[in-house]
Design a protein around this ligand. Structure first.
Ligand code: 3BY
Ligand code: FES
Ligand code: FE
Length: 420
């Protein structure tokens, strides 16, 4: 980052008005986008996928985070490894498909051959002084949190991923991600800055007017609402919702599952939150009829009416775990004004399509919701581009988690600048 860019970023960060959206350059400027990549995406734990993306030895998945391309591989010992997707000979990209299965990783250019542990196994014509052992693939840090895969491109990744893992594992473990399969992945490109995609996820202020499908299973009036300052009807709905939360937590605890809300979204380097969200009507799943979409429940679960466990992580993910399926979302920046939202749907690995679940039924709520959110993010971006844009106030009753996301972001950017 040039000194001039650093100085203007610093002054924008300093004058951020608490409780308000960010100033326009945070959503539009190529320089701030570069700073986001450098400070956020190259130095923090980034959520990229799930264990069943690479279920068998030799399975590889490629993740591009801006110019960095990373191979996630399942080794013969079933361990997960991550490497830079760059040959140690003359640097050619090694794996081209997003998903593939290999015996070894072979560079097409001059056939340097690497094992699934990243070590260089074979390089022809390199002479007697060539040290094979010094030319293994460059490693990328990987942490598997109960089946969710996080990678960090920094040499020294934030150590507090261990706090997140310790806290989240008891919530996620009963859904047994290792014994699921990914039955659908949809990549949606949103025409907005990555922070607008994240901010949009962190509130349901927009839900009742925009998400007719999502608000069948989810209570638009529940998620993230505070009862202060709302009218009587609102207070009644929130009270009913809070009652359902208590019931659901008791039911989950009776099933031996961790239930209480935990929130470290803005007081950790690796921020996270977990909350059980009640589901309306049948109380089972985020589907159009609120019933399970897959007859085969996850892990050893016996009770289908477990509502949804929602997990949010900073800077780039959220997840919904139900008794029968999981929906998981990863946000990856593409350019200052374009963002990839990657959604995956997981069911039990032995579930059979057409017998245990109908794919359309499984995905319909979130396909519709994502498309609606994508449009909203586009509108927000278009507004941020206008000369009339100015930071607007967040609702103190419904946008508290947006504020926590922005606080986390401003905090991380400022801490980096202060240390530089
Ligand atoms: O998907 C989410 O995480 C939140 C919760 C409900 C809808 N959405 C804003
Ligand atoms: Fe990979 Fe030459 S660039 S073998
Ligand atoms: Fe939405």
């Amino acid at each position: 980052m040039s000194t001039m860019v650093a100085a203007s970023l610093e002054s924008l960060l300093r004058r951020r008005k608490p409780g308000h959206s960010l100033e326009a350059p945070f959503y539009t400027s190529p320089e701030i986008f570069e700073a986001d990549l450098d400070i956020v995406f190259r130095r923090h734990w980034i959520y990229v996928g799930v264990e069943p993306d690479v279920p068998e030895p030799g399975d590889c998945m490629v993740i591009d985070i801006d110019r960095a391309s990373v191979i996630i591989a399942r080794d013969d010992d079933m361990g997960l490894r991550a490497f830079h997707n760059v040959c140690r000979h003359r640097g050619a990209r090694l794996v081209h498909d997003e998903k593939t299965t290999v015996g070894n990783i072979v560079c097409r250019y001059h056939q340097w051959t690497y094992g699934l542990d990243g070590s260089l196994l074979f390089a022809e014509h390199m002479g007697p002084d060539f040290e094979t052992a010094c030319h293994g693939l460059k490693k990328v840090h990987l942490r598997n949190v109960a089946g969710l895969i996080f990678i960090c491109l920094a040499d020294e990744p934030p150590a507090d991923i261990e706090d997140m893992a310790r806290d989240l594992e008891p919530y996620i473990a009963p859904h047994d991600i290792a014994n699921t399969k990914v039955v659908q992945q949809i990549d949606l490109i949103e025409e907005g800055n990555w922070k607008l995609t994240m901010e949009n996820n962190r509130e349901c202020y927009h839900c009742s007017a925009n998400h007719p499908e999502l608000t069948i299973p989810l209570f638009a009036y529940g998620f993230g609402y505070s009862p202060d300052g709302v009218d009587d009807l609102g207070r009644e709905q929130i009270a009913r919702y809070d009652g359902l939360v208590c019931e659901l937590e008791a039911r989950c605890e009776a099933n031996g599952m961790a239930a209480r809300e935990i929130d470290h979204l803005d007081d950790r380097v690796t921020g996270y939150r977990a909350q059980r969200l009640p589901i309306d009507q049948h109380g089972e799943s985020q589907t159009m009829n609120t019933q399970v979409a897959c007859k085969k429940l996850l892990g050893d679960l016996k009770d289908s009416k477990l509502g949804g466990l929602s997990v949010w992580t900073q800077p780039n993910s959220w997840h919904h775990f139900m008794s029968d399926h999981i929906v998981t979302f990863s946000v990856l920046p593409l350019s200052p004004e374009r963002t990839l939202l990657r959604t995956k749907w997981l069911v039990h690995k032995d579930a059979v399509e057409g017998v245990d679940y109908d794919l359309r039924n499984l995905i319909s709520v979130w396909v519709a919701t994502n498309n609606q959110d994508g449009e909203l993010v586009g509108y927000a971006q278009a507004g941020a581009r206008s000369p009339a844009y100015e930071p607007g106030p967040y609702s103190v009753h419904t946008e508290m988690l947006v504020e926590k996301f922005v606080n986390w972001y401003v905090g991380r950017m400022s801490a980096h600048n202060a240390a530089a």
